[in-house]
Design a protein. Structure first.
Length: 312
């Protein structure tokens, strides 16, 4: 049964049936707007858009996978501000012949990923479109803390990482070459494992800057360097190349560090902390902040692409 068969409002009813409201939702879907608790009286907001053929392929990922990926991309941005996610709003544009079950499964994936952090999908919009497009807006609460921005790094700070990098990029490369294994890397592309709790924890431990690694570690750390007017050096000896990643890189004739340092969509978090302060649990030192500008690797310029750029 397609979306055209059941119509817009029939689809809305089916999608809403897949959503569960958490304790932060005071009024869920069904009215002109939802009402979400904001104890801090400030709301952190972020949005991302996923376009079929650019951000996902239905022959690579299930609707459930894509729902998890779409939610994760937005929830990670909230965590990178040091906030706790509270709600998602989703705009869904699709061809009329799309299977209604696909849209329902997408809603289930969005809801399940949001539930990992106690957030809920509270509303959105639908429209017909020749291109399948999913736009998600995430909201979050700072819990009384100041936001952790990109422009606070200071010379002498430690650069640290929470989560993993390179796995999703390796999975993408494997899928693009027509393979489906190693499964662990392919699954990392389909459903990122985001260290959500590490964001608020970093804020509580005095992080001076923070960012979600969505486009590549070097590129995104470069945003911190530019905003903070500092130089940042990343150490390769801080990274361990997993065996399956090394084997896949060897088989494909690639350097695994291109995935680790420039691959995106794992949604790890990078942050800077004052030197001499113990790092929070789950954070690992991977570099240092210096006077100057730009990002280096082992104190040398990086020769490869630093990450993803939609228009480059």
């Amino acid at each position: 049964m397609s979306i055209a068969d059941i119509g817009e409002f029939g689809l809305i009813a089916r999608v809403v049936a897949r959503l569960e409201n958490g304790p932060k939702v005071l009024l869920g879907p069904g009215d002109d707007g939802a009402v979400v608790a904001a104890p801090d009286r400030r709301v952190v907001a972020s949005t991302d858009v996923l376009v079929e053929g650019r951000h996902f392929r239905r022959d690579w990922c299930t609707a459930l996978d894509i729902g998890h990926r779409a939610a994760a991309a937005n929830l990670a941005d909230i965590a990178a501000m040091g906030a706790e996610p509270t709600a998602l709003l989703v705009a869904f544009c699709a061809p009329a012949d799309l299977a209604a079950e696909w849209a329902e499964d997408l809603a289930s994936g969005l809801s399940a990923e949001a539930a990992l952090v106690g957030a809920s999908v509270v509303g959105g919009d639908m429209s017909s479109s020749p291109t399948l497009t999913i736009a998600v807006t995430a909201l979050g609460d700072l819990g009384g803390r100041p936001p952790v921005v990109r422009g606070g790094a200071q010379p002498g700070d430690i650069l640290a990482l929470a989560g993993r990098t390179g796995h999703a990029a390796a999975g993408y490369t494997i899928l693009s070459r027509g393979f489906r294994t190693p499964k662990a890397l392919v699954e990392a592309y389909r459903r990122p494992e985001v260290p959500y709790a590490a964001g608020p924890l970093a804020a509580q431990h005095g992080a001076t800057s923070m960012i979600d690694i969505s486009d590549g570690l070097l590129q995104d750390v470069g945003h911190i360097a530019a905003a903070s007017l500092v130089a940042i050096d990343v150490r390769t000896d801080a990274f361990t190349v997993p065996g399956q990643m090394r084997d896949a890189a060897t088989a494909l004739g690639l350097d695994p560090f291109q995935w680790l340092l420039a691959g995106g969509e794992d949604h790890a978090l990078a942050a800077t902390f004052p030197a001499g302060v113990p790092l929070p649990e789950g954070w690992q030192e991977i570099g240092r902040v210096f006077d100057g500008a730009g990002v280096t690797v082992d104190r040398k310029p990086w020769s490869g692409a630093p990450g993803w750029d939609h228009f480059r």
